[in-house]
Design a protein around this ligand. Sequence first.
Ligand SMILES: NC(=O)c1ccc[n+]([C@@H]2O[C@H](COP(=O)([O-])OP(=O)(O)OC[C@H]3O[C@@H](n4cnc5c(N)ncnc54)[C@H](O)[C@@H]3O)[C@@H](O)[C@H]2O)c1
Length: 320
Amino acid sequence: MRILVTGGAGFIGSHVVDRLVAADHHVAVIDNLSSGLKEHINGKAVFYRCDIGDTERLERIFAAERPDYVIHHAAQISVQNSLSDPLQDARVNIMGTLNLLNCCRDFGVRKIIYASSAAVYGNPEYLPLDEKHSLNPLSPYGVSKHTPEHYIQMYAGAYGLNYTVLRYANAYGPRQDALGEGGVVSIFIDRLLQENPVVIYGDGEQTRDFVYVEDLAEANLMALERGDYGIYNIGTSVRTSVNSLLEAINEINGSHARPVHKPARPGDIRHSYMCGEKARLELGWGPKFSLYEGLELTLKYYLNLYTGKGGMEGAGSEAF
Ligand SMILES: NC(=O)c1ccc[n+]([C@@H]2O[C@H](COP(=O)([O-])OP(=O)(O)OC[C@H]3O[C@@H](n4cnc5c(N)ncnc54)[C@H](O)[C@@H]3O)[C@@H](O)[C@H]2O)c1
């Protein structure tokens, strides 16, 4: 099949691209490289350096590629940036997605798979979070990840565009940005390997649902065939405290780093984890990697990267 992946140079999108290429699909990547890396793009994918806000260019790419499926991962992902510049956040996450939806409509795309987030729920009213939980995003990012879900459903009703929305829990794994607001796993590993102090905000007993990136990629592949017109939480149904996360990383790394505690950040959610039952029943998806296995693979990746053995993967050539 012909599949177009936006954000395919990014952390999660690049793993999705790898899986699609391995399954012999024709894959095209759209990415403006604002946070993604060209080295992460699978060499067998066609790469278009393009901003999803660029309507004219997007139309030319759709005309050239004629994708059957679009898997949409391009986004502004920083909660902090969304607070300091909500307009830019909306420009990318809302207007960019609308641009993409128009192309899906105009070029007869069969289905769009959209990477949404647990951020759409806000502070949990009950746990685990299921898909029926009310939507009370706490940041512009949460709003800008949720708003496209409405547009997608509206385009399905009005133009017959099929969709699957995947609401991810906290992703971790190789290629995640360890700087800025990268995930806590990559930040902890980066700190440990650079022998810098590991900072935990608050007492560290706050919990999250950590899902390994290859499991997320697998959910996207399953959504190609199942989950039509559906919204799914993609999480492990397991809650892990930040303290025990650090303990596990220490154990795998053979280190004994003790965290530096700083005051809890205002607005931080105390506990969050997802119910994966709907995804299991309707997509046939469940996590294959335990946290320990996922952490082992992630640590190995960063160790190789920092000792220069990681090499640069992919680096597909650029199309127009
Ligand atoms: N990382 C997580 O824990 C997590 C959790 C829930 C949802 N998500 C969602 O998954 C998706 C991927 O996230 P990620 O963690 O891989 O982030 P990432 O920053 O690594 O990937 C995003 C990619 O989109 C590209 N991009 C950004 N703006 C663009 C634009 N205007 N035009 C074209 N490309 C653009 C970036 O260069 C990058 O390669 C996002 O939609 C994010 O909201 C991520």
